[in-house]
Design a protein around this ligand. Structure first.
Ligand SMILES: [Fe+2]
Length: 510
């Protein structure tokens, strides 16, 4: 009898939860529908998939039938765990999350004038310091230009305030420094220099080699960026790999659940060959570079594009999927603009408690965007990539099919931000967390839903694709994403391999 009473209590509790859930979505539900759903484990998902303000029993019945057939479809791709053992499973992890370089638990900005001053001062001082160490470049303070003769060569550093084309057709840049402002002129005759100057963005801190024209005006001969130093790419001692995925977009109608589930099965050792199984066995780390869920209210009318319409439901589903990743793989997950943290950069880590069903997992580490993790001695910078968009819009030579080129531009600036006032918002933190304070060995990113790889001065730039099908927005923009690809990079050989769950597999030499 006690059992029956308990079951009745659970059912009445479920009824209450169903009604409350509908209220929270501002939807009305009739008694018959509640009765149909009270014994359904996936009641939330079913309600979320019903559009309109009234949830009728007809709609519920339709969804239940659809859900059952969907479940029978999922059976084919259910994660199959095998007795697979790999090298990575038997060794201890070796990593350090470099919390000093991310905003998580360190945000102190109130958006006041003082915060902006501190932010720009920190940025200028750090980047100025990098220029000061450069051989063959001896910057003079702006107020010391008075002592220099006309047309004498001079080096100078400044932050870009304004950029325009003069009446004579010359590109003109106004720069600021603690000692005052000055004007730099790029002659329209110099094509190569104009190409370089075309990449200069507002708020960039640049070095200029030029000739003095007057006390406030300089003729530009060469533009320098803080940049990375030239060095050989590093190789690791252990034969292990790091995997990169991004932009899963759980909760979107376009989330490629079948392909993603196949990927999880594969990670658990269900490979097509011995060679592949061996390679999977080396995966010890995984970076997930943001847009983990599709979010709610990220853009107008998004609600119509969602299969799971509440953010908690989306993270619950994400958690279920993450739990299928073998526990010997250390996962570093950063947020993107679709996740449940502030949209402005730098973004703090998603609180792990938000994804309740993975809060007990010791191998899942939430990090900010940007963030840094030292993996087997490789300094790895992780950034979702929101500012890449502004790079495409602000510079003519870049495009969204080659995200790696935007990544190189940001490395040259030693700064992941692209200036205030463009599309991507920034919070002026007293310490600028967007600066690239060290020379990274890896720069992992996502956001563009398009893969891209490059090697730049010892740093491997790796941009992941997505697990979301092509969206209407992307169709309108003519952008073709590269979905269903998990990228692994062997740290000993630096070999990068694409594992394509939307078809095929491809190996790329470093
Ligand atoms: Fe995305």
């Amino acid at each position: 009898m006690q059992g029956i009473a308990l079951e009745a209590t659970i059912q009445s509790q479920r009824k209450k939860e169903i009604v409350e859930y509908c209220n929270s979505l501002e939807q009305f539900i009739d008694k018959e529908s509640v009765a149909l759903l009270e014994n359904e484990e996936h009641w939330k998902e079913i309600i979320s998939s019903i559009e309109g303000t009234v949830i009728s029993s007809e709609k519920v019945k339709q969804r239940l039938a659809k859900h059952d057939s969907k479940l029978s479809g999922v059976k084919e791709v259910i994660v199959k765990k095998s007795a697979f053992t790999g090298n990575a499973k038997d060794i201890d992890p070796d990593f350090r999350i470099m919390r000093e370089y991310e905003v998580t638990d360190q945000s102190s900005s109130e958006g006041k004038v003082k915060d902006f001053l501190d932010y720009f001062t920190d940025k200028y001082n750090f980047l100025h310091g990098l220029f000061s160490k450069r051989a063959g470049f001896a910057p003079k303070a702006f107020d010391r230009l008075k002592g220099v003769k006309q047309y004498e060569e001079v080096d100078i550093i400044g932050m870009v305030m304004k950029k325009w084309v003069s009446k004579n057709g010359n590109l003109t840049i106004e720069l600021d420094s603690p000692e005052g402002r000055f004007i730099a002129i790029v002659s329209k005759e110099d094509n190569a220099l104009n190409r370089d100057a075309g990449k200069v963005l507002l708020d960039d801190v640049i070095g200029i080699k030029g000739k003095k024209f007057s006390d406030e005006v300089l003729i530009v001969k060469m533009i320098l960026w803080p940049d990375l130093i030239q060095r050989q790419p590093k190789t690791g001692e252990r034969d292990v790999s790091v995997m990169l995925i991004s932009d899963i977009h759980v909760g979107s109608r376009l989330f490629m659940e079948k392909e993603f589930t196949n990927f999880l099965s594969w990670l658990n050792g269900n490979a097509s060959s011995e060679k592949e199984l061996k390679r999977i066995g080396k995966i010890k780390y995984m970076v997930i570079a943001g847009d983990n869920v599709d979010g709610v209210g990220v853009y107008p009318d998004q609600i119509n594009e969602l299969s799971i319409k509440d953010i908690y439901g989306q993270y619950e589903k994400l958690g279920e999927l993450i739990r299928e990743i073998p526990e010997h793989i250390e996962i570093f997950m950063c947020p993107g603009q679709h996740d449940a943290v502030r949209r402005a950069d730098p973004q703090p880590a998603i609180p792990k408690e938000f994804i309740k069903n993975i809060s007990d997992l010791g191998n899942v580490h939430m990090v900010g965007s940007p963030s840094w993790v030292e993996i087997e001695g490789f300094k790895s910078m992780i950034y979702h990539g929101a500012s890449h968009h502004d790079m495409y819009m602000a510079t003519k030579h870049l495009n969204s099919k080659e995200p790696q080129l935007a990544m190189i531009e940001l490395l040259r600036r030693r700064d992941l931000s692209t200036g205030f006032g463009l599309t991507q918002p920034y919070v002026p933190e007293k310490r600028d967390f967007m600066l690239i304070r060290e020379e990274p060995d890896f720069y992992f990113a996502g956001d563009m839903h398009h893969k891209g790889y490059a090697q730049y001065k010892g740093c491997m730039c790796v941009n992941a694709g997505t697990w979301q099908e092509r969206t209407d927005y992307q169709i309108r923009m003519g952008h073709i994403p590269t979905p269903g690809i998990a990228i692994d990079i062997n740290l000993k050989t630096r070999k990068l391999t694409e594992n394509n769950f939307a078809g095929g597999s491809e190996e790329n030499g470093d």
